[in-house]
Design a protein around this ligand. Sequence first.
Ligand code: ATP
Ligand code: MG
Length: 441
Amino acid sequence: MRLSQFFLPLLKETPKEAEIVSHRLMLRSGMVRQQSAGIYSWLPLGKRVLDKVCNIIREEQNRAGANEILMPTIQSADLWRESGRYEDYGKEMLRIEDRHKREMLFGPTNEEMVTEIFRSYVNSYKALPLNLYHIQWKFRDEVRPRFGVMRSREFLMKDAYSFDLDEAGARASYNRMFVSYLRTFERMGLKAIPMRADTGPIGGDLSHEFIILADTGESQVFCDKSYLEMTAPSADLNYRDDAAMAAIVQDFTTPYAATDEMHDEDAWNKVGSSSQLSARGIEVGHIFYFGTKYSEAMKAKVMGPDGKEHFVHSGSYGIGPSRLVAAIIEASHDDDGIRWPKGIAPFDIGLVNMKPGDAAVDAACEKIYAALEGAGKEVLYDETDNRAGAKFATMDLIGLPMQIIAGPRSIAEGQVELKNRLDGSRVTVTIDEAINQLSAS
Ligand code: ATP
Ligand code: MG
């Protein structure tokens, strides 16, 4: 992409309403535009990042055996009356009436709808386990939308729903999602710690929130420092091996980790002060087993191997991709701007032409641009006639992991400068070396 063609509406002034760094940087770098309280448009730079986040989530959900579908944003109130939640949900639900005076709503979540789909097609245990997910906009009329896309009213959610014959099966499904979340967040360069969460009337131990530590987080959290050293399993793991999945979950739930709602002072004191980490956290994912709550209310039954009908056992598994974009910035920025982890960055490489119009520099930049694009890299090529200082500041602000700087002096010697945005290092290499090195990276 050539910068002259790219819609990148940068802001010079930091908007006063932005209280946290991710919100400031998202507005300054032209990633999002607020349309009304808690409702945002995603502009090209932001949309590219959001898509990267969704694709990682999608790949890891698919790897874990989940099936992607797409349910609508608008749902009928009747469906929610079946579960009793139409009355219970309260003011966070945006209620709508259509021209025929039918009551509709903008979905805040999809348990009812996915259960309706399930019961329409599945009637035997042989089709289980089944996990259906979608990535779709949700609306919750939050009392206090704030911090930009971190807590908005319209937000993107990946929500998966598992269906099993019994509780043991549901636990295995839960474990697969747990493990896939470990991989998902690690691929985004995040340390997301699974913390025990409230299970409400369902009880048991099958509810975890995945929390990123950040000073601007809304929750107070307590965990063992050993989590900071733990790494997610590699991609060659076998999701069909229930025992292996349970062992991974066991490892990641043994050290202490809880949000303040679930905090247990006695257990915390046993951690030992040198291992205690008490911090602020951002919830980026939540997995939850709710048993037969919806299947009983909505009559979702399957025939078991015993020849009897059983209400299916389910869980739901949410991740907030739009909140994640902000959370990644909270975790990775400096005074100059964003530092995108590889794999999330809107472009892999920024190519800065220091003297557009200079035939040698133009030719070298065109060559580099074509070669890297040909190698499958996403390059943002700055061929505008902006001042050098402004070009550098823009590249630093938008945080592409690698920059190539080509000016008349270096090009005369067949060289360019490579700047690594993540560690700040700079090296001068020949044009061909630059192409080879970055094509392979
Ligand atoms: P919170 O406690 O932050 O309100 P929640 O418990 O209501 O979250 P869930 O219903 O579990 O959230 O939703 C799943 C995921 O959707 C959350 O982990 C979060 O990443 C995201 N999410 C929830 N509410 C919002 C919001 N208002 N804005 C952006 N993302 C959100
Ligand atoms: Mg909420």
